[in-house]
Design a binder for this molecule. Structure first.
Ligand code: MRU
Length: 346
């Protein structure tokens, strides 16, 4: 059985009237699904990072809107629409950086705006389509990316961009899955401090698929590149500006700078739902700051401690450091020259 046909782990599962969310905070020790039947619950699941990864956040939010309609719809004359719009506002506040969240909510709003006798059926169909389209996009990007890295002996990835972060298969990890099916490939994953998506999620997910992977400390990346072991760094994205500047997990920018120094190529893999067409460059992307206590050992988080922490969880890699942006609509090589605008026309 090929990996494409095999079911990889699922971050999100629609049950018919509720959304099951795999609590990624507990992986790899425990595989626990929490079940949500309203938008407030889904908002909390996103904010607390039970579900994380740009496309998965967008998909979860879309199902959250469906749950809201299910909860509030009580006939055409009722004020249910206002309640659903309030839930959409709530969902929009769950995390700020991944544009997939806002794209999914806008898409759901557009469906809501169309008068329908069966609004729940209409929004649910839209959420399911967003989910299915994301999986299809990942498979397309997997093949396009694998074409580009053909012949590479080793790659390094960062954060988790796999089935856990998407509808399924993954973006950067989808390229790695597809490339691995074609021939031998040495895969390295950075641990991704401070939340450790690499250690806890990526190496677990790859091992579940039978793909060998070598974990490195984030601080070993330069030395790995210097050794000549990798030809490409392959990462996902939370938001890509029109000029190709890309926000992704903190540490991505450092890797891109190091890649330039060592002659390693740098690939961003993301569906077009991650492109913020109206944002001219990465300078305007809101970078999420999370609680310093995610970084600080407990002994320093007491009142009066002289030790604080700065905890931005994304950074922006300028287009000039990116060799290729791979989307389901096609590939932009050297985005510095033209940005990603050509993809909008397709
Ligand atoms: O804070 P997270 O875990 O949600 O951050 C995830 C990332 O930065 C991923 O690289 C990005 O969302 C792409 S996932 C396909």
């Amino acid at each position: 059985m090929t990996l494409q046909n095999k079911l990889t782990v699922q971050a999100l599962e629609w049950t018919g009237r509720s959304l099951k969310v795999l609590d990624q905070r507990q992986l790899p020790d425990r595989c626990v699904y929490d079940e949500y039947s309203d938008a407030a619950g889904v908002t909390e699941a996103i904010a607390s990072m039970r579900v994380r990864g740009a496309p998965a956040i967008g998909i979860a939010a879309a199902y959250g809107v469906a749950l809201s309609v299910n909860q509030h719809y009580a006939g055409v004359s009722d004020g249910w629409r206002q309640k659903v719009l309030a839930d959409i506002e709530l969902l929009a506040k769950s995390r700020p950086t991944a544009v997939n969240l806002f794209w999914a909510l806008d898409t759901m709003k557009a469906v809501l705006a169309q008068q329908s006798d069966q609004p729940f059926d209409a929004v649910l169909a839209c959420a399911k389509k967003i989910h299915a389209d994301d999986i299809a996009a990942n498979h397309t990007m997997g093949e396009l990316g694998a074409d580009i890295i053909a012949g590479a002996k080793g790659v390094l990835t960062h954060c988790n961009t796999g089935s856990l972060a998407t509808g399924g298969y993954g973006t950067a990890l989808g390229v790695i899955r597809s490339a691995y099916q074609r021939g031998p490939l040495k895969v390295y994953a950075g641990e991704t401090r401070p939340w450790l998506q690499g250690v806890r999620l990526t190496v677990w997910e790859l091992a579940e698929d039978g793909i060998p992977v070598t974990l490195i400390a984030d601080s070993a990346a330069a030395w790995l590149m210097k050794s000549g072991a990798i030809d490409w760094i392959i990462v996902g994205a939370d938001r890509i500006a029109a000029n190709g500047d890309t926000a992704n997990k903190i540490g991505t920018y450092s890797l891109a700078v190091l890649a330039k120094q060592h002659g390693v190529k740098f690939m961003v893999v993301a569906p077009t739902t991650t492109i913020d067409w109206d944002m001219a460059d990465g300078g305007q992307i809101e970078i999420e700051q999370r609680n310093p206590n995610e970084l600080l050992p407990a002994c320093y988080s007491k009142d009066g401690s002289l030790v604080s922490a700065w905890n931005p969880v994304f950074d922006v890699t300028p287009a000039e450091l990116i060799s290729a942006i791979v989307t389901e609509r096609g590939v932009v090589l050297n985005p510095l020259e033209q940005g990603v605008g050509s993809l909008k026309m397709l």
